[in-house]
Write a protein that binds this ligand. Structure first.
Ligand code: COA
Length: 149
């Protein structure tokens, strides 16, 4: 990854740019209030952004509860995909979660999202169970994936 990219914690001032990443990435994007609550009202939440020259390229979030980390989201702006930045974001989150005491990491992913599943498998995630009808927009099932940290 080139030196101009930096990781840092998400701040309230980032939310406008985060919403752009969010709307470009998900069929049911999170709201401004959802990110605000994660930043100020959820003591378990850790959100990092990947930034280049004040522009937010992507972000990753997780809830870290005692020894387990649960990834809520990872997304990269479409123009920047395929450059190992999603991988770098998730690797950073895995390393932070481990440093904070997490021993395992889990997440849900749409059963049709083969790109994301491929990223997770590359980083050692294994298939867990299926959560039926997990996504409310199209009743799609979620695949649960997990990895030991
Ligand atoms: C999933 C996402 C974050 C991946 O980010 P990215 O920066 O494009 O991915 P990377 O370049 O870091 O790729 C890392 C690995 O992901 C997988 N991957 C990435 N793009 C892929 C593609 N087009 N097809 C298949 N696998 C792909 C590969 O395993 C790749 O490793 P490799 O390059 O050694 O083959 C990005 O596609 C995205 O934002 N998607 C929309 C939001 C989303 O679906 N998030 C996950 C929700 S659970």
């Amino acid at each position: 990854m080139v030196d101009s990219f930096v990781f840092r914690h998400m701040k309230e001032e980032d939310i406008d740019q985060i919403l752009e990443v969010e709307h470009a990435s998900f069929t049911t994007p999170w709201s401004r209030e959802a990110f605000y609550n994660e930043i100020y009202n959820n003591k378990f939440a850790v959100y990092i952004v990947l930034e280049e020259y004040q522009k937010i390229i992507g972000y990753c979030g997780a809830w870290i509860v005692i020894d387990e980390a649960h990834v809520t989201n990872v997304a990269v702006l479409p123009d920047y995909r395929g450059k190992k930045l999603g991988e770098a974001l998730l690797r950073k989150m895995m390393s932070m979660a481990k440093d904070m005491g997490a021993r395992s990491m889990t997440l849900e992913v749409r059963v049709t999202n083969h790109v994301a599943q491929s990223l997770y498998r590359k980083l050692g995630f294994q298939n867990g169970g299926i959560r039926k009808n997990y996504y409310s927009d199209n009743q799609e099932d979620a695949l649960v994936m997990w990895v030991n940290l």
